[in-house]
Design a protein around this ligand. Sequence first.
Ligand SMILES: NC(=O)c1ccc[n+]([C@@H]2O[C@H](COP(=O)([O-])OP(=O)(O)OC[C@H]3O[C@@H](n4cnc5c(N)ncnc54)[C@H](OP(=O)(O)O)[C@@H]3O)[C@@H](O)[C@H]2O)c1
Length: 225
Amino acid sequence: MKAIIVTGAGTGLGKELSLLLSKQDYHMILTGRTEDKLNDVKKQIEQSGGSATVMPLDLRNIEDIKEKALLLSKKHELYGLVNNAGLGYFGPFSETSDTEIEEMFQTNVFGTIHMTKAILPYFEQIDEGLILNIVSTAGLRGKKNEAVYCSSKFAVRGFTESLQKEYEGTGIRFVAAYMGGMNTPFWDESEHVSDPTRFRSASEVAKIIIDNLEKAEIVIESKKS
Ligand SMILES: NC(=O)c1ccc[n+]([C@@H]2O[C@H](COP(=O)([O-])OP(=O)(O)OC[C@H]3O[C@@H](n4cnc5c(N)ncnc54)[C@H](OP(=O)(O)O)[C@@H]3O)[C@@H](O)[C@H]2O)c1
């Protein structure tokens, strides 16, 4: 059974993508830092007849990424990677702390790059694979009070578009998804958005992504902001 790894699979969009992909007969490998949340998603997948493995992983730890990738490659028929995990700190640039800058780049950018680097060799062996990078409309244009978050998402866009060119003509596909606001725990600690409940739900966005996976680029603008 082909397996798909999802980062940040315990909540929000990662969770909804995992639930949908598990219904398409993929074994889901659920990663993230909070094991309890991953176990809840695994339970939900199993209750609807699917299968999943929980693999706790902090994307800021490169050595751990490499070890877990090797471990997974020995146990599973790796076919897909969804680089979904990400976080944002918002507000005036001059007030963004060094720690916040580091954390956004470590997770959103380096996490995506190192996960991809660790998993790609297994896709290359079989000349087959799908890498779905969850970007944001913040990767398409700059936004006020989002300077570092936007920079991190522009980086993921450049990474994805470049690999699309590099792997053209192979069996390995890269898809970039650019969505506007979603109502997820992403906004729990933030006052940047006054009412996230007006955004699309993560399940709605996940469905649009899954329905459009044959495209190289999926753009889902906010219906409200
Ligand atoms: N919500 C929006 O409005 C919106 C809009 C456009 C794009 N996005 C993007 O969509 C993606 C998913 O976000 P979401 O809205 O679904 O928010 P979310 O519910 O907060 O999901 C983010 C996930 O990333 C995981 N994560 C964070 N840091 C991590 C780390 N160091 N290592 C491993 N996992 C880590 C979190 O799990 P743990 O804390 O348990 O590790 C969490 O499950 C992100 O890339 C975000 O930038 C969000």
